[in-house]
Design a protein. Structure first.
Length: 336
């Protein structure tokens, strides 16, 4: 087995995703069961992520966020596109045997369903070490598990308990400890706090931030809670119906969103100041999200966009680079 590549230095490019497509064919009815069409869950997504950076990936349910994360991890077959991780094209590597597997991990949305209820915490956290033959002798294994639990704010003696003995926030910490076991450079966080109470969400987010500062981790943070994304992310990418429609530095995106869909999303985020909240203009998006089985021609948001023009119904706007780290897929800014 070739040695693992040297991790990129902080700020260097860690991950590059180019024209990623994940399509799901639908089996038809009848004897021949010919295909009834293709669901384009992810349809041409491109982005980069630097070492030690957090990129927030946001959008409403069903837009393809989680599928994108699973595809980057090679836990979902890729229909087309390239995934370059730590300088290696991993698109065609086998997910189970690829050299990238130890260097990228995932924290799942459901802290209850992601942990085997029949396994003790010791074995849940240490399972990645066992799978990759890094568990050593029993003393080393137990010390390593204890250190991982301590890193996420849990007591070492909790290793002898079962998942049902913990709260939701503690279970998510166990999931984070498990993700850290192989010392990855990238962790994909798929809605890691959405199933938790608000007070517990802040604790888990603080744990993630502290680990990033200490270990230099990069996060692809998938969420629909824009307040959490703003707190944790350095850059934000907005998805709609399988495509990224805007990418910008966090502060710039929240201060002056360019894409009409991003503007509508941010207008729905409440502000704590009643006076400011009263003066804000709420943008209500009309209609339903089109089907990913038959996405509309042209701009995919034009069927719900109050600013749609004639060309929006026929011309598909590319994700254009506007400079200063901003990109947007919208004809309103084509000449900017």
């Amino acid at each position: 087995m070739p040695p693992d590549p040297a991790p990129p230095s902080h700020g260097a490019e860690l991950l590059r995703v180019e024209d990623l497509q994940v399509h799901f064919p639908l089996p038809g009815a009848g004897l021949l069961r010919r295909s009834a069409g293709v669901v384009k869950a992810v349809d041409g997504v491109s982005f980069t992520l630097a070492a030690g950076e957090t990129l927030g990936l946001v959008g409403e349910s069903g837009c393809g966020k989680s599928t994108t994360g699973l595809a980057v991890l090679r836990m979902q077959p890729v229909t087309r596109g390239r995934i370059v991780f730590e300088g290696q094209d991993i698109t065609q590597q086998q997910a189970r045997t690829g050299t990238f597997r130890r260097r990228m991990q995932m924290v799942y949305q459901d802290p209850y369903g992601s942990l085997n209820p029949r396994m003790k915490v010791r074995d849940l956290v240490g399972e990645p070490l066992q799978v990759h033959g890094l568990d050593g002798h029993r003393g080393e294994y137990q010390d390593r598990v204890a250190a991982l639990l301590t890193t996420v704010g849990l007591l070492p003696d909790m290793a002898e308990r079962y998942p049902h003995e913990f709260s939701g926030g503690q279970r998510q910490r166990i999931g984070i400890a498990r993700a850290l076991a192989l010392e990855p450079s990238l962790i994909i966080c798929d809605e890691p706090v959405s199933a938790l109470d608000v007070s517990i969400q802040a604790q888990v987010v603080n744990v993630l931030q502290a680990l990033q500062e200490r270990l230099g981790l990069a996060y692809l943070f998938i969420a629909h809670d824009l307040a959490v994304v703003r707190h944790l992310s350095r850059r934000v990418a907005v998805m709609y119906l399988g495509r990224i429609v805007e990418v910008a530095p966090r502060d710039e995106l929240y201060r002056a969103p360019l894409h009409p869909y991003t503007q509508a999303l941010l207008s729905a985020v409440p502000v704590a100041d009643p006076a400011v909240e009263k003066q804000r203009r709420r943008i209500v998006v009309q209609g339903e999200v089109p089907s990913a089985l038959r996405p509309p021609p042209g701009c995919r948001f034009h069927t719900r966009c109050a600013q749609a023009m004639a060309r929006c119904r026929s011309d598909d706007p590319p994700l254009a680079d506007l400079g200063a780290g901003r990109s947007v897929a919208c004809h309103l800014h084509a000449a900017v």
